[in-house]
Design a protein around this ligand. Structure first.
Ligand code: TD3
Ligand code: ZN
Length: 310
Protein backbone atom coordinates (compact mmCIF):
# COMPACT_ATOMS: atom_id res chain seq x y z
CA UNK A 1 0.00 0.00 0.00
CA UNK A 2 1.42 3.45 -0.77
CA UNK A 3 2.00 5.75 2.19
CA UNK A 4 -1.33 7.07 3.48
CA UNK A 5 -2.48 10.13 5.39
CA UNK A 6 -3.78 9.64 8.92
CA UNK A 7 -7.35 10.52 7.92
CA UNK A 8 -8.85 7.04 7.63
CA UNK A 9 -6.91 5.54 10.52
CA UNK A 10 -7.96 8.41 12.81
CA UNK A 11 -11.61 8.05 11.82
CA UNK A 12 -11.45 4.37 12.69
CA UNK A 13 -9.65 5.11 15.96
CA UNK A 14 -12.38 7.54 17.03
CA UNK A 15 -15.19 5.20 16.05
CA UNK A 16 -13.67 2.07 17.62
CA UNK A 17 -11.90 3.73 20.56
CA UNK A 18 -8.26 2.84 20.18
CA UNK A 19 -5.07 4.84 19.62
CA UNK A 20 -2.43 4.65 16.94
CA UNK A 21 1.23 4.74 17.90
CA UNK A 22 3.40 7.40 16.26
CA UNK A 23 7.00 6.28 16.55
CA UNK A 24 10.00 8.53 15.98
CA UNK A 25 12.55 7.28 13.45
CA UNK A 26 15.97 8.33 12.25
CA UNK A 27 17.60 5.14 11.00
CA UNK A 28 16.92 1.84 9.26
CA UNK A 29 16.82 -0.35 12.36
CA UNK A 30 14.12 1.76 14.03
CA UNK A 31 12.00 1.78 10.88
CA UNK A 32 12.33 -1.97 10.41
CA UNK A 33 11.62 -2.83 14.05
CA UNK A 34 8.52 -0.62 14.10
CA UNK A 35 6.91 -1.69 10.82
CA UNK A 36 7.62 -5.36 11.45
CA UNK A 37 5.82 -5.13 14.78
CA UNK A 38 2.90 -3.27 13.17
CA UNK A 39 2.65 -5.79 10.32
CA UNK A 40 2.73 -8.79 12.67
CA UNK A 41 -0.11 -7.23 14.67
CA UNK A 42 -2.05 -6.10 11.58
CA UNK A 43 -2.00 -2.55 12.96
CA UNK A 44 -1.95 0.87 11.32
CA UNK A 45 1.18 2.80 12.22
CA UNK A 46 2.61 6.32 12.00
CA UNK A 47 6.33 6.84 11.44
CA UNK A 48 7.43 10.33 12.38
CA UNK A 49 10.62 12.36 12.18
CA UNK A 50 11.55 15.67 13.80
CA UNK A 51 13.44 18.28 11.82
CA UNK A 52 16.67 17.28 13.58
CA UNK A 53 16.03 13.60 12.75
CA UNK A 54 15.55 14.64 9.12
CA UNK A 55 18.83 16.55 9.26
CA UNK A 56 20.55 13.51 10.77
CA UNK A 57 19.35 10.95 8.25
CA UNK A 58 18.87 13.21 5.23
CA UNK A 59 15.36 13.61 3.84
CA UNK A 60 16.09 11.47 0.76
CA UNK A 61 17.50 8.58 2.77
CA UNK A 62 14.65 8.84 5.23
CA UNK A 63 11.89 8.92 2.61
CA UNK A 64 13.63 6.19 0.64
CA UNK A 65 13.61 3.87 3.64
CA UNK A 66 10.04 4.76 4.59
CA UNK A 67 8.78 4.10 1.06
CA UNK A 68 10.49 0.71 1.04
CA UNK A 69 8.94 -0.08 4.42
CA UNK A 70 5.49 0.61 2.92
CA UNK A 71 6.27 -1.58 -0.12
CA UNK A 72 7.46 -4.40 2.13
CA UNK A 73 4.27 -4.26 4.20
CA UNK A 74 1.42 -3.70 1.72
CA UNK A 75 -1.29 -4.91 4.08
CA UNK A 76 -1.04 -2.22 6.75
CA UNK A 77 -1.57 1.56 6.44
CA UNK A 78 1.65 3.48 7.12
CA UNK A 79 1.76 7.28 7.42
CA UNK A 80 4.91 9.43 7.45
CA UNK A 81 4.62 12.51 9.63
CA UNK A 82 6.79 15.54 10.45
CA UNK A 83 7.02 15.82 14.26
CA UNK A 84 7.22 19.35 15.77
CA UNK A 85 7.65 21.27 12.53
CA UNK A 86 9.14 24.58 13.71
CA UNK A 87 8.17 26.78 10.73
CA UNK A 88 6.34 26.93 7.40
CA UNK A 89 9.50 26.20 5.39
CA UNK A 90 10.18 22.89 7.17
CA UNK A 91 6.55 21.84 6.76
CA UNK A 92 6.65 22.78 3.06
CA UNK A 93 9.87 20.82 2.53
CA UNK A 94 8.23 17.72 3.99
CA UNK A 95 5.03 18.15 1.95
CA UNK A 96 7.13 18.59 -1.19
CA UNK A 97 9.12 15.44 -0.38
CA UNK A 98 6.20 13.06 0.06
CA UNK A 99 5.31 13.29 3.75
CA UNK A 100 1.62 12.47 4.18
CA UNK A 101 1.21 14.44 7.41
CA UNK A 102 2.98 17.37 9.05
CA UNK A 103 2.87 18.92 12.48
CA UNK A 104 3.25 22.65 12.81
CA UNK A 105 4.16 23.32 16.45
CA UNK A 106 3.22 26.91 17.17
CA UNK A 107 2.77 26.29 20.90
CA UNK A 108 5.57 28.75 21.70
CA UNK A 109 3.62 31.59 20.05
CA UNK A 110 0.64 33.41 21.50
CA UNK A 111 -2.84 32.18 20.55
CA UNK A 112 -3.46 34.53 17.62
CA UNK A 113 0.00 34.03 16.13
CA UNK A 114 -0.30 30.25 16.54
CA UNK A 115 -3.60 30.39 14.61
CA UNK A 116 -2.15 32.58 11.85
CA UNK A 117 0.96 30.43 11.33
CA UNK A 118 -0.92 27.13 11.61
CA UNK A 119 -3.42 28.28 9.01
CA UNK A 120 -0.62 29.05 6.54
CA UNK A 121 0.65 25.48 6.89
CA UNK A 122 -2.89 24.05 6.68
CA UNK A 123 -3.59 25.93 3.43
CA UNK A 124 -0.38 24.70 1.78
CA UNK A 125 -0.61 21.12 3.06
CA UNK A 126 -4.28 20.68 2.20
CA UNK A 127 -3.74 21.93 -1.34
CA UNK A 128 -1.25 19.04 -1.66
CA UNK A 129 -3.39 16.33 -0.04
CA UNK A 130 -1.40 16.37 3.21
CA UNK A 131 -2.96 16.55 6.70
CA UNK A 132 -1.82 18.82 9.55
CA UNK A 133 -1.43 18.40 13.31
CA UNK A 134 -1.09 21.50 15.50
CA UNK A 135 -0.42 22.04 19.20
CA UNK A 136 -2.16 24.13 21.81
CA UNK A 137 -0.89 24.43 25.36
CA UNK A 138 2.69 23.84 26.43
CA UNK A 139 4.28 20.55 27.42
CA UNK A 140 7.15 20.56 29.87
CA UNK A 141 10.38 18.77 29.05
CA UNK A 142 13.07 18.64 26.43
CA UNK A 143 12.31 18.04 22.79
CA UNK A 144 15.12 17.84 20.29
CA UNK A 145 15.30 21.62 20.00
CA UNK A 146 12.75 22.97 22.47
CA UNK A 147 13.24 23.10 26.23
CA UNK A 148 10.26 24.08 28.39
CA UNK A 149 10.71 24.18 32.18
CA UNK A 150 8.03 22.45 34.26
CA UNK A 151 6.68 25.71 35.69
CA UNK A 152 6.27 27.15 32.18
CA UNK A 153 4.08 24.27 31.06
CA UNK A 154 0.46 25.23 30.40
CA UNK A 155 -2.54 22.92 30.19
CA UNK A 156 -4.67 23.25 27.08
CA UNK A 157 -7.79 25.42 27.48
CA UNK A 158 -10.72 23.45 25.96
CA UNK A 159 -12.58 26.60 24.85
CA UNK A 160 -9.45 27.81 23.05
CA UNK A 161 -9.05 24.36 21.49
CA UNK A 162 -12.53 24.63 19.98
CA UNK A 163 -11.87 28.10 18.58
CA UNK A 164 -8.41 27.08 17.34
CA UNK A 165 -9.68 24.09 15.36
CA UNK A 166 -12.56 26.11 13.84
CA UNK A 167 -10.33 28.96 12.73
CA UNK A 168 -7.36 26.92 11.44
CA UNK A 169 -9.10 23.93 9.86
CA UNK A 170 -6.38 21.74 11.34
CA UNK A 171 -6.88 17.96 11.04
CA UNK A 172 -5.71 16.89 14.50
CA UNK A 173 -4.74 18.63 17.73
CA UNK A 174 -1.99 17.91 20.26
CA UNK A 175 -3.05 18.92 23.77
CA UNK A 176 -1.19 19.41 27.03
CA UNK A 177 -2.74 17.41 29.88
CA UNK A 178 0.32 16.72 32.02
CA UNK A 179 2.66 14.69 29.82
CA UNK A 180 6.14 15.91 28.99
CA UNK A 181 8.94 14.97 26.63
CA UNK A 182 11.91 12.88 27.70
CA UNK A 183 12.74 10.30 30.38
CA UNK A 184 11.86 12.38 33.47
CA UNK A 185 8.15 13.12 33.29
CA UNK A 186 7.06 12.82 36.89
CA UNK A 187 8.75 13.26 40.26
CA UNK A 188 5.90 11.83 42.32
CA UNK A 189 2.84 9.97 41.12
CA UNK A 190 2.04 10.06 37.39
CA UNK A 191 -1.21 11.95 36.79
CA UNK A 192 -2.88 13.19 33.63
CA UNK A 193 -5.77 15.69 33.45
CA UNK A 194 -8.43 13.42 31.96
CA UNK A 195 -11.02 16.06 32.84
CA UNK A 196 -9.42 18.41 30.30
CA UNK A 197 -9.34 15.63 27.69
CA UNK A 198 -13.05 14.98 28.26
CA UNK A 199 -13.98 18.63 27.88
CA UNK A 200 -11.89 18.95 24.72
CA UNK A 201 -13.59 15.84 23.29
CA UNK A 202 -17.01 17.29 24.10
CA UNK A 203 -16.26 20.55 22.33
CA UNK A 204 -14.49 19.06 19.28
CA UNK A 205 -15.71 15.44 19.08
CA UNK A 206 -14.63 14.98 15.46
CA UNK A 207 -11.05 16.22 15.85
CA UNK A 208 -8.49 13.49 16.52
CA UNK A 209 -6.53 14.25 19.69
CA UNK A 210 -2.78 13.69 19.98
CA UNK A 211 -0.73 12.94 23.08
CA UNK A 212 2.91 14.01 23.01
CA UNK A 213 5.49 13.05 25.60
CA UNK A 214 3.69 9.77 26.10
CA UNK A 215 6.49 7.25 26.52
CA UNK A 216 6.13 4.82 29.41
CA UNK A 217 9.86 5.05 30.07
CA UNK A 218 9.62 1.27 30.38
CA UNK A 219 11.27 0.30 33.70
CA UNK A 220 12.68 -2.95 32.28
CA UNK A 221 14.51 -1.01 29.57
CA UNK A 222 15.82 1.60 32.01
CA UNK A 223 17.02 -1.20 34.30
CA UNK A 224 18.67 -2.96 31.39
CA UNK A 225 20.51 0.23 30.39
CA UNK A 226 21.67 0.72 33.97
CA UNK A 227 22.60 -2.94 34.43
CA UNK A 228 24.89 -2.77 31.41
CA UNK A 229 26.86 0.32 32.32
CA UNK A 230 24.32 3.08 31.82
CA UNK A 231 23.43 5.80 34.31
CA UNK A 232 19.79 6.85 33.97
CA UNK A 233 18.57 7.20 37.56
CA UNK A 234 15.04 8.25 38.52
CA UNK A 235 13.58 8.05 35.01
CA UNK A 236 9.78 7.93 35.04
CA UNK A 237 7.11 8.02 32.34
CA UNK A 238 3.38 7.52 31.79
CA UNK A 239 2.35 4.04 33.04
CA UNK A 240 0.73 1.64 30.56
CA UNK A 241 -2.62 1.71 32.40
CA UNK A 242 -2.91 5.47 32.01
CA UNK A 243 -1.99 5.28 28.32
CA UNK A 244 -4.57 2.55 27.84
CA UNK A 245 -7.16 4.73 29.54
CA UNK A 246 -6.24 7.59 27.16
CA UNK A 247 -6.50 5.22 24.18
CA UNK A 248 -10.11 4.33 24.98
CA UNK A 249 -11.01 7.90 26.02
CA UNK A 250 -10.62 9.72 22.72
CA UNK A 251 -6.87 10.03 22.15
CA UNK A 252 -6.15 8.95 18.56
CA UNK A 253 -2.37 9.32 18.29
CA UNK A 254 0.22 8.54 20.95
CA UNK A 255 3.81 9.69 20.37
CA UNK A 256 6.67 7.45 21.39
CA UNK A 257 10.33 8.35 21.13
CA UNK A 258 12.02 7.90 24.50
CA UNK A 259 11.02 4.22 24.82
CA UNK A 260 12.58 3.51 21.42
CA UNK A 261 15.77 5.33 22.39
CA UNK A 262 15.91 3.22 25.55
CA UNK A 263 15.27 0.00 23.60
CA UNK A 264 18.08 0.69 21.11
CA UNK A 265 20.48 1.69 23.88
CA UNK A 266 19.64 -1.28 26.12
CA UNK A 267 20.11 -3.72 23.25
CA UNK A 268 23.45 -2.27 22.23
CA UNK A 269 24.79 -1.93 25.79
CA UNK A 270 24.02 -5.59 26.57
CA UNK A 271 26.09 -6.81 23.63
CA UNK A 272 29.01 -4.52 24.46
CA UNK A 273 29.13 -5.72 28.08
CA UNK A 274 28.62 -9.41 27.33
CA UNK A 275 31.05 -9.45 24.42
CA UNK A 276 33.66 -6.70 24.64
CA UNK A 277 35.31 -8.17 21.54
CA UNK A 278 32.26 -7.37 19.38
CA UNK A 279 32.91 -4.80 16.69
CA UNK A 280 30.54 -5.78 13.90
CA UNK A 281 27.65 -3.25 13.92
CA UNK A 282 25.24 -6.01 12.88
CA UNK A 283 26.11 -7.89 16.05
CA UNK A 284 24.79 -5.09 18.28
CA UNK A 285 22.22 -3.44 16.02
CA UNK A 286 20.31 -6.67 15.38
CA UNK A 287 19.39 -7.25 19.06
CA UNK A 288 18.65 -3.52 19.37
CA UNK A 289 16.24 -3.72 16.43
CA UNK A 290 14.63 -6.81 17.96
CA UNK A 291 14.09 -4.94 21.24
CA UNK A 292 12.49 -2.03 19.34
CA UNK A 293 10.16 -4.51 17.67
CA UNK A 294 9.17 -6.12 20.99
CA UNK A 295 8.58 -2.68 22.54
CA UNK A 296 6.34 -1.52 19.68
CA UNK A 297 4.47 -4.82 19.61
CA UNK A 298 3.71 -4.54 23.33
CA UNK A 299 2.32 -1.04 22.89
CA UNK A 300 0.15 -1.97 19.91
CA UNK A 301 -1.23 -5.15 21.50
CA UNK A 302 -1.43 -4.42 25.20
CA UNK A 303 -1.69 -0.63 25.50
CA UNK A 304 -3.00 1.25 22.44
CA UNK A 305 -5.40 -1.46 21.20
CA UNK A 306 -4.56 -0.98 17.51
CA UNK A 307 -3.88 -4.67 16.75
CA UNK A 308 -6.11 -5.99 13.94
CA UNK A 309 -7.31 -2.46 13.10
CA UNK A 310 -5.32 -2.16 9.84
O1 TD3 B 1 7.27 14.45 19.78
N1 TD3 B 1 7.76 13.43 20.49
C1 TD3 B 1 9.07 12.88 20.12
C2 TD3 B 1 10.20 13.89 20.30
C3 TD3 B 1 10.48 14.22 21.75
C4 TD3 B 1 11.89 13.87 22.20
O2 TD3 B 1 11.91 12.69 23.00
C5 TD3 B 1 7.02 12.93 21.53
O3 TD3 B 1 5.98 13.48 21.86
C6 TD3 B 1 7.47 11.67 22.26
O4 TD3 B 1 7.79 11.96 23.59
P1 TD3 B 1 8.52 10.91 24.60
O5 TD3 B 1 9.77 11.62 25.06
O6 TD3 B 1 7.57 10.67 25.72
O7 TD3 B 1 8.80 9.66 23.84
ZN1 ZN C 1 6.30 15.77 20.95
Amino acid sequence: MPLVTTKAMFEKSMKEKFAIGAFNVNNMELIQGIVEAAAENNSPVILQASSSAIKYAGINYLMGMVKVAAEEHPNIPIAIHLDHGPDFETCKMCVDNGFTSVMFDGSKYDFEENIRLTKEVVDYAHSHGVVVEAELGKLAGIEDEVNVKADEAIYTDPAQAEEFVKRTGVDSLAIAIGTSHGAYKFKGEARLRFDILQEVKQRIPNTPIVLHGASTVIPELVNMCNQYGGNIPGAKGVPDEILHEASISGVSKINVDTDLRLAMTAGIRKVFVEDPSAFDPRKYLKPARELVKETVSHKIKDVFGSANKA
